[in-house]
Design a protein around this ligand. Structure first.
Ligand SMILES: Cc1cc2nc3c(=O)[nH]c(=O)nc-3n(C[C@H](O)[C@H](O)[C@H](O)COP(=O)(O)OP(=O)(O)OC[C@H]3O[C@@H](n4cnc5c(N)ncnc54)[C@H](O)[C@@H]3O)c2cc1C
Length: 386
């Protein structure tokens, strides 16, 4: 027997969950299949920062990505208040704001001070220079700029989205599928008006199965670094005069009253090119240089290697927003950033409307095993004391 539905989504990261929840709220009969665990590969490994564009102004100018991102904090905020396109009022925040702090030489900081602040302010007027008394406790030197861009407890976001799709999410991957909407998952067969792949790196396999020979995807590797125990939380970007942060830091409760600091930015980009031991050693040196008053020798360290999986860009510029490719009744999609998930859902909805796909009355979802929540990198890390 074939199970009919409007849309089958493959991939239970932010892209699949947000889009499926949005389609469901518009009345579509939607099912979501996740191969492994909810929260996926990149989403639970992300830093959970909702970018408002300021991070993309480090070149000292307003870039296309900055413009796209500028409207996102407000849009997410409405969801968190329960007044947006989805009710995400159950989502927990780790921080309501992020900071940009100096992490380089005096000259570089002077450059940053003048250009970054002007560009950051241009994309979001709410960026402000903090008075010294309001600095996060671990920062001793200014200038420190605060941006009204929140940092999420990503698991709570995944859980809230999964709740709105209760009974419609199951564990499974497409065995066979075709551009006419037929798909086999395990022993069951389905027919969907649209099959949507939001499978992150798994989109590559989907394109291969579709017989697409040319390269339409890219991966950009990172090796995130973790360090614990940290007494204070910090959420922000250490900037020099470079277009990318020297380090991006988020802080995650370790369950014992302290935090794990999760380090991205250049520390993670550099770390992706070398073995783990070397990456940790480099990160440790960087932390010593930027936070010289702190004891980095009596800490535990770990790393997590993960690729950013994206649609192919021109090699020099990251896509300024989400991407969607169409092959018959199959859509393949990338949010490019967690932040852009609502824009990806817009793209998919618009495409369904253009294709005259309207919601049908929902059939009873098939009886299939549920997909469970995945883990954060620091929950599964192997810690070392170098
Ligand atoms: C280290 C890191 C930090 C980041 N920090 C931020 C940040 O702070 N802010 C921000 O906005 N963005 C951030 N990003 C980017 C952001 O995380 C990603 O753009 C986003 O999470 C991608 O979501 P996704 O759902 O497309 O992919 P994923 O989260 O990778 O999910 C894809 C899912 O598809 C599943 N899958 C694969 N193949 C199949 C199949 N055949 N069938 C069914 N399921 C399948 C996988 O198991 C996985 O669960 C970060 C990325 C990384 C790597």
């Amino acid at each position: 027997m074939t199970h009919d539905c409007d849309i089958i989504v493959f991939g239970g990261g932010i892209a699949g969950l947000f889009t499926a929840a949005r389609l469901r709220s518009e009345g579509y009969d939607v099912l979501l299949a996740e191969k492994d665990a909810l929260g996926g590969v990149q989403t639970l490994a992300s830093q959970g920062m909702i970018h408002g564009g300021q991070k993309y102004t480090l070149q000292g100018k307003v870039t296309a990505a900055a413009t796209t991102a500028a409207a996102m904090p407000e849009r997410w905020e409405a969801c968190f208040k329960g007044t947006g396109e989805l009710d995400l009022s159950a989502v927990k925040m780790l921080s309501e704001s992020q900071v940009m702090f100096p992490a380089g030489s005096f000259l570089a900081n002077l450059f940053s001070r003048l250009t970054v602040f002007a560009a950051a302010k241009a994309v979001n007027g709410k960026t402000r220079k903090l008075p010294r008394g309001a600095f996060p406790p671990v920062l001793k030197h200014g200038p420190v700029y605060e941006m009204q861009e929140c940092v999420l407890d990503v698991k709570s976001l995944i859980a809230a989205l999964a709740e709105s799709l209760k009974g419609r999410i199951f564990k499974g991957a497409a065995k066979d599928f075709s551009t006419d909407g037929h798909v086999t998952i395990g022993a069951k067969t389905f027919h969907a008006k649209t099959i949507l792949f939001t499978a992150g790196a798994g989109n590559e396999a989907a394109l291969k199965q579709l017989g697409i020979a040319e390269q339409r995807t890219q991966r950009r590797p990172l090796r995130q670094i973790m360090v614990r125990p940290m007494q204070h939380a910090l959420y922000g970007h250490g900037i020099t005069g470079e277009p990318k942060p020297r380090m991006t830091i988020t802080s995650h409760p370790d369950g014992a009253g302290n935090y794990v600091w999760y380090l991205g930015g250049n520390v993670a980009e550099r770390g992706s090119k070398v073995p783990e031991e070397e990456a940790i050693s480099f990160a440790k040196k960087e932390m010593h240089a930027v936070f010289p008053d702190m004891d980095w020798d009596n800490k535990e360290w770990a790393s997590y290697a993960v690729d950013r999986a994206e649609a192919l860009s021109d090699g020099t510029h990251l896509a300024a927003g989400p991407c969607l490719q169409e092959y018959g009744q199959v859509l393949v999609a990338w949010p490019t950033k967690l932040t852009f998930a609502p824009l990806l859902a817009d793209l998919v909805l618009d495409r369904l409307k253009e294709n005259n796909i309207t919601p049908a009355s929902a059939a009873t979802p098939p009886d299939l095993p549920e997909a469970a929540m995945g883990s954060y990198p620091w929950e599964v890390a192997t810690w070392i004391k170098p």
